[in-house]
Design a protein around this ligand. Structure first.
Ligand SMILES: [Zn+2]
Length: 422
């Protein structure tokens, strides 16, 4: 065996047992108590072993630009305009360097699978795509990065964008993004995105319904189009902050439509909190849609980072665990099953959103694993970067991983089997 992990509490369906895990050629070869297996050994001493975290929505190309921008009112329009202005000076080298800084923070926080939205338009052309493609290749030893080609500045209103998106899709972008609310013709953009996605046989991940009221949402139309194009299970929508402002009856009706259509929802707690309610001066709305309530209706959901250190989200350290902590606080999550879903929205549910059928701790799956020190929160106390889940058989608090393990996929070099970070 390339590596044997001893005395792991294995995270499987929210149950944690003390087991040994053998890894061979980058994959899990066996899981059993007191396994008879040769090879380098690591004693995890009862620490929790989980599959690497999954980030379904992050913008690496425009990270770490807050010092180049001027923030006056914190609105979405300002964020788009400030980013567009900063983007004019982006070179491939600059994008790569900033993206690598944030990516390395993701790695030390346990993220091993990622979908990143990359801006494509006639101004930036394919510079972001080229830089992030190179970054994905250079860090493939540590993380699987999937590119979503994303028209942040519009599509119908921005001639030339369509052909550039097509160029990305033909050169390996796996997902097509959208942002109907920045377009002069939101439904025209949605229609075009579905046709293009079908032409290239790629999934769709839209920024959708980012606003403060439940009026004029496009989410029903996206569900209709998903059904019409037989695209159930291949469409995700991010933000949907307008849904957080919907009364229960409307919320429940939309949740059922999302579940029926097979449209997944990504909640981006940090950005949604920062951008919504800007017109209010008291009792400011939170704007974070209750994903755990959507899950009750059968909707698949993920929690993700979105932005780090830019006008959309001036703070952040790319910790998904911190994002789950923030979400649980903001959305009043406290029941055991709902807390467990918070962790699922960083792991199994996110992997399902990205249609990763080989994800999880099971024999034959890739050995992409993170090790967490876990403790009863009553003994440990509360930390701002910790998230707690309460599975059936106990309480577990997660902070930054103790180690992340991604043994080499090929070859038998025992010294290179594990990458231990942070
Ligand atoms: Zn985004």
């Amino acid at each position: 065996m390339d590596l044997v992990l001893r005395n792991a509490r294995v995270f499987t369906d929210y149950a944690a047992d003390r087991l040994d895990v053998a890894i061979d050629r980058g994959r899990i070869a066996a899981i059993a108590p007191e396994l008879a297996a040769d090879g380098p050994q690591i004693d995890l001493a009862g620490r929790l072993l989980v599959p690497g975290l999954v980030e379904t929505h992050i913008h690496l190309d425009k990270t770490c630009i807050i010092d180049r921008c001027r923030i006056e009112n914190g609105s979405v329009a300002e964020a788009v305009a400030q980013t567009a202005a900063a983007k004019r000076a982006f070179t491939e080298e600059d994008i790569y360097a900033r993206a690598a800084r944030t990516l390395e923070k993701c790695l030390v926080n346990g993220t091993m699978v990622m979908r990143t939205h990359v801006e494509i338009d006639p101004g930036i052309r394919l510079r972001g795509f080229e830089a992030i493609s190179q970054l994905a290749a250079d860090y493939a030893w540590a993380i699987d990065i999937e590119i979503c080609a994303f028209p942040q500045e519009g599509l119908i209103n921005n001639p030339g964008t369509d052909a550039l998106l097509a160029a990305c899709l033909s050169r390996g972008a796996k997902v097509l993004g959208a942002v109907p609310y920045t377009d002069i013709d939101p439904r025209g953009q949605i229609d075009r995105i579905f046709v293009m996605a079908r032409d290239f046989d790629v999934d769709i991940d839209m920024h959708l319904d980012l606003g403060d009221t439940p009026h004029g949402m496009q989410i029903g139309y996206v569900c209709e189009q998903t059904a019409a194009h037989h695209y159930g299970g291949r469409v995700a929508v991010g933000h949907v902050t307008q849904l957080s402002a919907a009364p229960s009856a409307q919320f429940n009706e939309i949740a059922r439509r999302l579940a029926d259509a097979g449209v997944a929802v990504t909640v981006l707690p940090s950005t949604d909190l920062y951008l919504t309610g800007r017109g209010q001066d008291h009792s400011v709305m939170r704007g974070v849609t209750a994903a755990h309530r959507l899950i009750e209706h059968g909707v698949n959901c993920s929690l993700s980072t979105n932005n780090v250190l830019n006008p959309f989200t001036p703070c952040g350290d790319a910790s998904l665990i911190r994002m789950a902590n923030l979400y649980a606080n903001v959305c009043h999550v406290s029941r055991p099953r709902e807390l467990a879903e918070c962790f699922a929205m960083l792991t199994t549910r996110s992997a399902r959103l990205m249609r990763r059928s080989d994800y999880g701790i099971a024999v034959g799956r890739p050995a992409d694993l993170a090790v967490f020190d876990c403790a009863d929160p009553q003994r440990r106390g509360c930390r701002s970067d910790a998230a707690t889940i309460r599975p059936e058989n106990g309480r577990l608090t997660f902070t930054r991983p103790r180690a992340t393990l991604r043994p080499r996929r090929t070859g038998g070099d025992a010294e290179a089997i594990a990458a231990v970070l942070g």
